[in-house]
Design a protein around this ligand. Sequence first.
Ligand SMILES: Cc1cc2nc3c(=O)[nH]c(=O)nc-3n(C[C@H](O)[C@H](O)[C@H](O)COP(=O)(O)O)c2cc1C
Length: 167
Amino acid sequence: MTATIDPRDFRRALSQFPTGVTVVTTLDDNGAPIGVTASSFNSVSLDPPLVLWSVDKAAYSAAIFRDAEHFAVNVLSADQIAISNRFASRGEDKFKDIPWTPGLGGCPIFDGLAARFECRTWNVYDGGDHLIVVGQVMSYGYQTELAPLVFARGGYAVSERHPAMAG
Ligand SMILES: Cc1cc2nc3c(=O)[nH]c(=O)nc-3n(C[C@H](O)[C@H](O)[C@H](O)COP(=O)(O)O)c2cc1C
């Protein structure tokens, strides 16, 4: 890390930018489901439809996502904090008792999501201590009646219409 930047303070500054919360999933070489909580998800391109997220090179799942042909972005809804916490820890059986169905390439898709994006891996780029994974969206879905889970200032939040938008 550059001497002039304190990593903890840098994180704090970044946390002033609210994000949604996703669990990105795939299958490993043995066909076992893999998932990681990620707030680094973002849109890239409309034509072709591309999205990105970044995975810590030190994460257990980093090499699996690097080599995966497909991945799915599960955009969590406001009542899915337990799922976010489960996939943010290094667990033996993260998928235990969580209902999911196989999507494109067999990638796990949860119930009750705000949105889902099923992707074919477009490219993987070096991004310092992370890998930047870009995916081409082959299929997607969303439920406007479910509010998305938000992560801001180091904690979970919900999005509300700004009072200035009223009227
Ligand atoms: C709200 C939230 C957002 C996160 N975003 C990311 C992310 O974008 N990329 C990442 O690599 N880890 C992120 N993490 C941390 C991973 O979820 C965590 O390191 C997880 O244990 C990785 O799983 P693995 O070690 O089984 O691969 C986030 C954690 C939380 C709670």
